[in-house]
Design a protein around this ligand. Structure first.
Ligand code: FAD
Length: 294
């Protein structure tokens, strides 16, 4: 028995090639950085699969900006390249910062943002920031492309709405979803490095003078999938940020979520983290945009 039980490994030469390889062989699995796939193979969960590597495809890598300001992220961009990219740093540094929280330096040079979404983990470090940016995902299959909001991509724990022969080919953030917004992300993990989040939170906020024009908050590990909290968002819209408002935001977020107990943390501790991290993230997001808490 080999340590990695797979039948074939093919390097796709284009997105189209990768899709046709996935379509032809029902045991074929796409591999990007491989930091999840290889672990699943070693655990015997994908035994006998064929690997279709999309790793080297230039068309799936890097970050660019279109003339209308939409930022296009290639799904094979690594966490490290996300964190360092000038367009990410300028347009939505909170997403780069969130990517910089994953694993350790080695992992950040291997793991990709597309793999982070497609594995469907509620703990995915990039997911809360992408949710608060209203990221749109472009999926391509044998019959063409479709687009889906990141919040509608998740189907359940470890499950996403991706057909077997479909690939995530772009992550898009429109200018209206980042211009004028400031943000902050917090990952709470038991250890500072190489640990999956016990709970994570991202906030993006847009101010109109002293008032909050729009606030968006999302969590990882607060539910079976990463989620936004519309109740908390509505509760602060149009308000002047005060200490009381920050606590109310945390309370509303806790009321909006239903975390579970796991070996990492109890439900009660997670609820406390939801209250605390959301109100801290909102505070820092406002301050990062030059706003003040009165
Ligand atoms: C030691 C270690 C530590 C880790 N720490 C963290 C952490 O702190 N935070 C965190 O969020 N994650 C962590 N992870 C999980 C993992 O590294 C990340 O989720 C990473 O982003 C996965 O990316 P990848 O390119 O390696 O995915 P892969 O293993 O290549 O793929 C993952 C899944 O996505 C599918 N896939 C990949 N790209 C595409 C695409 N473009 N289209 C369609 N399907 C695709 C694959 O078929 C597979 O099902 C850790 C993993 C390890 C091994």
């Amino acid at each position: 028995l080999s340590l990695f039980d797979f039948q074939n490994y093919t390097r796709a030469t284009s997105v189209q090639h990768a899709i046709s390889l996935l379509e032809q062989d029902e045991k074929a699995v796409a591999i990007s950085g491989g930091s999840d796939v290889l672990i699943r193979i070693r655990e015997g969960k994908l035994s006998g699969c064929s690997l279709v590597s999309i790793h080297g495809l230039a068309e799936l890598q890097g970050v660019s900006r279109e003339p209308d300001g939409t930022v296009v992220i290639g799904p094979c961009t690594t966490f490290a390249d996300m964190a360092a990219h000038p367009i990410v740093r300028e347009s939505f540094p909170t997403l780069g910062y969130a990517c910089d929280q994953a694993g350790c330096p080695q992992l950040r040079h291997v793991g990709t943002i597309g793999g982070n979404l497609c594995n469907g983990a509620t703990s995915a470090d990039s997911a809360p920031a992408l949710l608060t940016l209203n990221a749109m995902l472009i999926l391509q299959g044998p019959h063409g492309q479709r687009s889906v909001h990141v919040k509608d991509f998740y189907a359940g724990p470890g499950k996403v709405h991706l057909a077997r022969s479909e690939l995530l080919v772009q992550i898009r953030v429109a200018r209206v979803d980042y211009q004028g917004y400031s943000g902050h992300a917090i990952k709470y993990a038991v250890r500072a490095a190489m640990d999956i989040a016990t709970l994570s939170c991202a906030v993006h906020v847009k101010m109109d003078g002293q008032r909050i024009a729009d606030a968006r908050v999302a969590f990882g590990v607060a539910a079976p999938t990463p989620i936004r909290c519309p109740g908390a968002e509505k509760a602060v819209e149009g308000e002047i940020p005060t200490e009381g408002l920050l606590s109310r935001f945390g309370e509303m977020a806790a009321a909006d979520t239903n975390p579970r107990s796991s070996w990492r943390a109890s439900k009660e501790f997670r609820l406390q983290l939801i209250r605390e991290l959301s109100s801290r993230a909102l505070r820092t997001a406002i301050e990062n945009g030059g706003g003040v808490i009165v």
